[in-house]
Design a protein around this ligand. Structure first.
Ligand code: DX5
Ligand code: ZN
Length: 237
């Protein structure tokens, strides 16, 4: 797929960042894993799965609360769950800084309102086959849009490049409306695939296996960020 081109400029506060996903870390030594990557990032991506919205189970508020004791990183909490309304407050109380709900679960406006009331940073996610049009009505009321680049549920899957036009649509729509929106991509990101994602207008890059599956997770995270910075240098979105 050709890289989209644009003449618009990335908003200045849309910093490029890597958000390591602990889904690929050693769950028996989570605080150790977080300590490894902490010098290279300010965000940590926490994948929450309920065995219903996705066919897998992962972590809940008790793990978030335990991790909170060990780090000041921004907790970017990705809720792959059918009933987020029930769990937003427990995650906030456990130490989540931002929560991202999926647009596919519905009740989006109510969930956004609930997150605002709780003081959470607000994210809205879309699966690879969910079109831009499902996200468009909410761009002005959220802080982050997450375009999944795999079907959620498991780490270690291959990046779906066909999602890139949607990433470009989100970034262009945000820029046209003067919105400081974080555009996050999640799934199959590494130092190679991040190039196309960054050029498509994404600025937050979730990476699990390409960080915690490597011998040196800190260097891996830094390498992904370097590749993203290089990709947009002279070619801002
Ligand atoms: C997938 C999760 C991702 C996952 C990414 O359902 O939302 O955050 O951890 O893992 P990698 O980077 O291995 O594709
Ligand atoms: Zn995720």
């Amino acid at each position: 797929m050709a890289n989209p081109t644009t003449t618009t400029t990335q908003m200045p506060d849309q910093a490029l960042r890597v958000a390591p996903s602990i889904l690929s870390a050693d769950f028996g030594r989570l605080s150790h894993a977080v300590g490894l990557v902490a010098p290279g990032t300010d965000w940590l991506h926490l994948d929450v799965m309920d065995g219903h919205f996705v066919p897998n189970l992962s972590i809940g508020p008790p793990v978030v609360s335990s991790l909170r004791e060990h780090t000041d990183l921004f907790f970017d909490t990705h809720l792959m769950i059918t009933d987020p309304a029930r769990y937003l407050e427990p995650f906030r109380d456990a130490g989540s800084d931002g929560c991202t709900v999926h647009v596919e679960v519905g009740e989006t406006e109510a969930l956004v309102g609930q997150m605002r009331e709780l003081g959470l940073r607000v994210g809205l996610a879309a699966n690879p086959d969910t079109p831009f049009e499902a996200l468009a009505p909410y761009l002005g009321i959220v802080d982050l849009v997450l375009c999944m680049t795999v079907f959620p549920g498991f780490g270690g899957q291959s990046f779906i490049a066909e999602v890139m036009p949607k990433v470009r649509q989100v970034r262009d729509a945000a820029n046209a409306a003067g919105l400081s929106l974080d555009v996050e991509v999640d799934g199959g990101l590494d130092e190679h695939t991040v190039v196309e994602a960054a050029r498509s207008g994404a600025n937050v890059f979730v990476a699990g296996s390409a960080v915690f599956g490597r011998a040196d997770p800190l260097e891996a995270a830094r390498g992904i960020l370097r590749a993203a910075v290089g990709a947009v240098a002279g070619n801002p979105s």
